[in-house]
Design a protein around this ligand. Structure first.
Ligand code: AMP
Length: 187
């Protein structure tokens, strides 16, 4: 199963991706995690990405695509993967399609977690306090939500157009949301 998880920052995407990873026994590929690992490792690429991430903006399409290609080309991704954080804009939708076609691994489904805006803001504030994620300052969060609305929200339209979008209610207990996702997956 190759699936993309869509949803605003704080929609629960990351948590659900971890649960799906265990259930489907396929890797969880998060471009945010890949970028944070590069920042932590202090690679040239990480240094370049850090300022952009701190500002809540999107890292350049080329950098992220390169990291993604490297990750999904690894052996463990042959059985499938859960993509979290990519595509983040319409250009990345085309890049993903081209990459997966090249690898002979077409996407099965895009699942969008729908959560009302007020709840998103509440959840992110809670997460920032609990996890101390470096890119969760109030300014960064505001910028990330703006970038999401302007650049990432249209990504769902792309998947709807190609008939691969399913929308799942992301409000409620983690296990309930998880079950809704599992029920929405193609057979
Ligand atoms: P995330 O963990 O998915 O919320 O990502 C954290 C940050 O990493 C984002 O605010 C962006 O700066 C950067 N990032 C993650 N995925 C992408 C992507 N697909 N394209 C560009 N930037 C990304």
């Amino acid at each position: 199963m190759r699936l993309v998880l869509l949803g605003a920052p704080g929609s629960g995407k990351g948590t659900q991706a971890s649960m799906l990873k265990k259930f489907l026994e396929i890797p969880h590929v998060s471009t945010g995690d890949l970028l944070r690992a590069a920042v932590k490792a202090g690679t040239a690429l990480g240094l370049q990405a850090k300022a952009v991430m701190d500002a809540g903006d999107l890292v350049s399409d080329d950098i992220v695509l390169g990291m993604l290609e490297e990750r999904v080309s690894q052996e463990d991704a042959k059985a499938g993967f859960i993509l979290d954080g990519y595509p983040r804009n319409v250009a990345q939708c085309g890049a993903l399609e081209a990459l997966l076609e090249r690898l002979g691994q077409p996407l099965d489904v895009a699942v969008k977690l729908e959560v009302p805006y007020e709840l998103i803001v509440e959840r992110i504030a809670g997460r920032a306090a609990a996890e101390g994620r470096i890119d969760d300052t109030p300014e960064t969060v505001r910028a990330r939500l703006r970038v999401y609305a302007e650049q990432t929200a249209p990504v769902a339209d792309h998947f709807a157009e190609i008939g691969k979008l399913v929308i799942v209610d992301g409000v409620g207990e983690l296990d309930d949301v998880f079950q809704r996702i599992v029920d929405a997956l193609p057979a």
